[in-house]
Design a protein around this ligand. Structure first.
Ligand code: CIZ
Ligand code: SF4
Length: 319
């Protein structure tokens, strides 16, 4: 704990000195979330992280999250320096959607409007018509469906089929998945619900359909935190990365949060309810990038220019 206190105070001082601001995702370590909040930064989902970074006056953004979040920050703020604690922090959705294969898939279906989830590389976004996040994906697909558009969706198959079911849109799905959410299990959740009959079930739509089907609320991270705070219940079963429990406990003190069951237990399964890439962000590597200015995110200018169009389209829709 003493080492932690020393690391944190050094980080606070350097953030000020370098005119830098810390932007952290709900899934990273609680220490980083607390630091971001205390120092005037932001703790949020990928949509809010991007917007906050774009609008903040800081010269340098430190993005504690995974690579696509740093890239999106750079695309929206090319004049800012974007640093990340670990440049190898990626995402199974991004890894599972190679830009060249994706371009070939799009070329094979030229009649479809291309909608991609935020969890993709800049190069994949550059090929898309729209980018969406889990909080706004439903609304945007509903809007496109109402215009009679047929959709090519990538990369998360669970989120895609959830949106397809809710909107009735014609959607051709890329078959990617998140290694964390894909582990949540419907049968075991059914058993857990019997154990906690008064609990409400909060589910992120990257989870399998058998889990989504049992949800009281299906939503993005910020929507799930809002539900935890406002719903008239004392117990919640939560099917998303357990990093979110920190914020839920703060938002709803006194309520009880239980992580939904996964395929293995935490001893046998490395990615059970916690993203191994989000976990690469820590106080030590955060301090290191502040001290050295290393781990800068760059995005090819032509790709960034194209990718910005599909991100701006979403931001304009949301505004
Ligand atoms: O699962 C993720 O990586 C999420 C929920 C990202 C986001 O949109 O905040
Ligand atoms: Fe990607 Fe899943 Fe990790 Fe989110 S939790 S960054 S979707 S692997």
């Amino acid at each position: 704990p003493e080492e932690k206190i020393a690391l944190k105070s050094r980080i606070r001082a350097l953030l000020k000195e370098k005119q830098a601001v810390l932007v952290a995702h709900y899934y990273v370590d609680a220490d980083l979330q607390d630091l971001a909040e205390e120092t005037g930064g932001c703790v949020s989902d990928s949509l809010e992280m991007a917007r906050f970074g774009r609008d903040h006056e800081a010269k340098t953004l430190i993005v504690a999250g995974v690579r696509f979040m740093g890239e999106t920050a750079k695309i929206l703020s090319p004049e800012k320096t974007i640093l990340m604690p670990d440049l190898d922090a990626t995402c199974s959705l991004d890894l599972g959607c190679d830009a060249n294969e994706f371009a070939a898939f799009c070329d094979a279906h030229p009649d479809r409007t291309v909608v991609v989830y935020a969890n993709t590389s800049a190069a994949v976004k550059a090929r898309a018509d729209w980018m969406v996040t889990s909080s706004i994906g439903l609304d945007i697909v509903r809007h496109l469906h109402a215009q009679g558009k047929k959709i090519l969706w990538a990369p998360d198959k669970h989120l895609g089929s959830y949106i397809q079911k809710e909107t009735g849109a014609d959607m051709l799905l890329w078959q990617g998945s998140c290694l964390v959410h894909d582990e949540f299990k419907g049968v075991e959740l059914d058993v857990m619900k019997a154990e906690y009959p008064n609990a409400k079930v909060l589910v992120h739509p990257e989870s399998p359909a058998s889990v989504v089907a049992q949800a009281d609320v299906v939503g993005s991270t910020s929507q799930l935190i809002h539900a935890a705070q406002t719903m008239d219940a004392q117990e919640f079963i939560v099917a998303t990365d357990n990093g979110i429990l920190h914020k839920m406990q703060m938002a709803a003190p006194g309520k009880r949060f239980i992580v939904a069951p996964t395929a293995g237990n935490s001893a046998t399964c490395k990615s059970c309810a916690h993203c191994p890439w989000m976990a690469m962000n820590g106080l030590r590597n955060l301090l290191h990038v502040l001290e050295t200015g290393s781990n800068e995110i760059t995005v090819d200018t032509a790709i960034a220019y194209k990718a910005k169009t599909c991100i701006d389209r979403m931001l304009d829709f949301a505004a």
